[in-house]
Ligand binder design. Structure first.
Ligand SMILES: [Zn+2]
Length: 385
């Protein structure tokens, strides 16, 4: 029988208590003991050790509405900082994030060369500049994660395929880690965004959540039991290439009639270019609002397929919270309202009232927040201080 030594046990208990304080703060010592099923003495000892490490703080708050004060614990937001980054087709976004998801500072840098080594240099230089210009040099920075669209084998740090950058089997985490001199993880951007949404929206606590993104691509991401659901290779949720019409339009993947050919920006603009000289989504939506027939046809079809996607994701996964995100949802309220109205019309009746439907609350920082939070999660679970 394997007997855990004292040191391992202590670290595990520290992780357990710290996770609880992160998710439930402010929380009292008695509540910590109750929730972790530890004796009050053990809970006190662990809380004291976390305080000594500077990871948590004590605050005195009114406990009963009568003005009586009691002691509660909260994470020290500046004690642990992680870096989250997102690579999009023209920009790199980088954020430094404090414990519990507070965005301390964010930068966006444009790039023209998407060679992975050039990108590693750009990331490195920007991170260095941000550390110096914001006086973060003496802080505990626990790691960095980079999110991007595509099939990302996060365990081995490999980009299996990212169509937006034309990357095939790029060992991106290794290239970045060599430049930085410490381990950097990579992950699918939508999965990270879903992780941030789950952790930063109090209404989603203990929910089983599906996020569906409509924008440059179409995807879904699940956070079930507090963890990102990944499948075998981290490819779970890649609904963009589910085939909806085998006699439809040719997709970039080589198949015919993939879902994304009806919804994603690139295909909608391709379709629009056959009827008009517009080049942007803003122009397409404007033509739609102006009731130009070709634009109405293209977008009504996209709205219907988006509504079908919502129905199908719910049918397959049975979540109790569904969060809509992506450019179409966030930037174009008219399209959003039409998608929501259409899905209500199409929804399979037995699953009505089994979930709440929400629109993302996170702005453009969603992926960097999720990336930074995933690093902190790893830090807390493998506490080594
Ligand atoms: Zn496809």
């Amino acid at each position: 029988m394997h007997i855990k030594n004292q040191e391992t046990l202590k670290k595990e208990n520290q992780s357990l208590v710290l996770e609880l304080i992160l998710s439930e703060s402010p929380i009292s010592r008695a509540e910590i003991a109750k929730r972790t099923k530890m004796s009050p003495t053990s809970a006190s000892r662990i809380v004291a050790s976390l305080k000594e490490l500077g990871l948590i703080r004590e605050v005195s708050l009114s406990s009963d509405g009568l003005g009586r004060k009691a002691l509660y614990f909260i994470p020290d937001e500046m004690s642990v900082i992680s870096i989250g980054a997102e690579i999009t087709p023209h920009d790199v976004h980088i954020g430094f994030v404090g414990f519990k998801g507070k965005l301390i500072v964010k930068e966006t840098v444009k790039y023209s060369d998407n060679d992975p080594h050039a990108m590693a240099n750009l990331l490195y230089q920007t991170v260095e500049d941000m550390i110096h210009s914001n006086g973060l040099g003496n802080k505990k920075i626990v790691g960095m994660c980079v999110g991007l669209p595509g099939l990302i084998e996060h365990k081995v740090g490999n980009v299996r395929l990212s169509a937006q950058f034309d990357w095939h089997d790029v060992p991106l985490a290794k290239i970045f880690s060599e430049k930085f001199g410490f381990g950097i993880s990579i992950d699918n951007a939508l999965k990270l965004r879903a992780f941030a949404e789950y952790n930063l929206d109090e209404e989603l606590v203990n929910k089983n959540m599906a996020m569906i993104g409509f924008g440059t691509g179409v995807g879904s991401a699940l956070v079930f039991d507090g963890e990102i659901y990944r499948g075998e290779n981290n490819f779970s949720g890649e609904i963009g290439h589910s085939i909806v019409d085998p006699y439809g339009i040719a997709c970039t993947c080589g198949n015919i009639g993939c879902l994304q050919t009806y919804i994603s920006e690139r295909f909608l603009l391709d379709e629009a270019s056959k009827c008009s000289d517009i080049t942007t989504m803003d122009e397409l939506v404007e033509a739609y609002l102006g009731e130009e027939k070709w634009a109405v046809n293209i977008l009504n079809k996209a709205i219907t397929y988006a509504a079908i996607t919502i129905n199908n994701v719910i049918c397959v996964n049975n979540p109790n919270a569904v969060v809509l995100s992506g450019k179409f949802i966030v930037n174009y309220s008219v399209i959003r309202e039409k998608i929501i109205a259409k899905y209500q019309e199409l929804l399979w009746s037995p699953i009505e009232n089994t979930f709440d439907l929400k629109v993302t609350r996170l702005g453009s920082e969603g992926t960097i927040l999720g990336a930074a939070l995933s690093v902190q999660r790893y830090f807390v679970k493998n506490l080594d201080v």
